[in-house]
Write a protein that binds this ligand. Structure first.
Ligand code: PGA
Length: 258
């Protein structure tokens, strides 16, 4: 079995640095390193340095929740790849649906993906259909997801040819994200079907060869249901929101991997 990857997306949590430090310390204390699993956390920018110091000697990766597409300059409020790297981050989540809802376009997502890949920085690209699309049937949902992939991965072939492992896709159907009203986790079958479709899309479009790009599932994963998703060969891991804010839950998800 391939190594699974579990990433905690803290979103805009917790409220203070002290709480952030408590959370990461608790994770570090409770988590036992295992070969079968690779783990990472993506705290808000302001906590990256503190979290980085705590996980320094542990096998836990550090990532950011967004990045800007320029190297440096007059871009008030933005954060560059080099700035993130200088704090010890080695991956970034791009195109999360909560950012898209705030107005981030596929064009902007594409620039961020390209900037990261060109800077040899690993990207977790989030894609997923809203409930209205899923309600119209799985083919409509697939068309929506392939449309996102097409636009978000434009002009990335050269960079990916050099380092294909730098791209990870997270399939996160919006209707399954725990903070969405009336959300429910996708079934492992639904997740597997879309993830297989995503893999096929990457192959057919010569973006990735089989097995080179890992595809994760995200949406209401917790320590109770994680085993069902992570037990499937097609699912390379999980992007975890709400449940990553409690050390017991997050460690429980990791431990659910057989
Ligand atoms: P959730 O969030 O696990 O709370 O559903 C997942 C995500 O939004 O990345």
């Amino acid at each position: 079995m391939e190594r699974k990857i579990i990433i905690g997306n803290w979103k805009m949590n917790p409220r203070t640095e002290e709480e952030a430090m408590d959370l990461v310390r608790e994770i570090v204390n409770k988590y036992e390193e295992r070969d079968e699993v690779e783990i990472g956390v993506a705290p808000p920018f302001v906590f990256l340095e503190g979290v980085s110091n705590v996980i320094l000697k542990r096998n836990i990766r550090l990532g950011a929740q967004d990045v800007f597409w320029e190297d440096q300059g007059a871009y008030t409020g933005e954060v560059s790849v080099d700035e993130l790297k200088s704090l010890g981050a080695d991956f970034v989540i791009v195109g999360h649906s909560e950012r898209r809802r705030l107005g981030e376009t596929d064009k902007q997502v594409n620039k961020k993906v390209r900037q990261s890949l060109n800077s040899d920085f690993q990207v977790i690209l989030c894609v997923g259909e809203p409930k209205g699309m899923r309600d119209k049937g799985v083919d409509v949902a697939k068309r929506f997801v392939s449309g996102e992939l097409e636009k978000d991965l434009e002009k990335t072939k050269t960079a990916l040819g050099r380092s294909p492992e730098n791209l990870i896709i997270a399939y996160e159907p919006l209707w399954a994200i725990s903070s969405e009203e009336g959300s429910e986790p996708a079934t492992p079958e639904k997740a597997v079907e879309m993830i297989s479709f995503i893999r096929k899309f990457l192959e057919v479009n010569e973006i990735a060869k089989a097995g080179e790009t890992r595809v994760l599932y995200g949406g209401s994963v917790d320590s109770e249901n994680a085993g069902e998703f992570l037990g499937r060969d097609e699912i390379d891991g999980a992007l975890v929101g709400g449940a990553s804010l409690e050390a017991d839950e997050f460690v429980g998800i990791i431990e659910s991997i057989e």
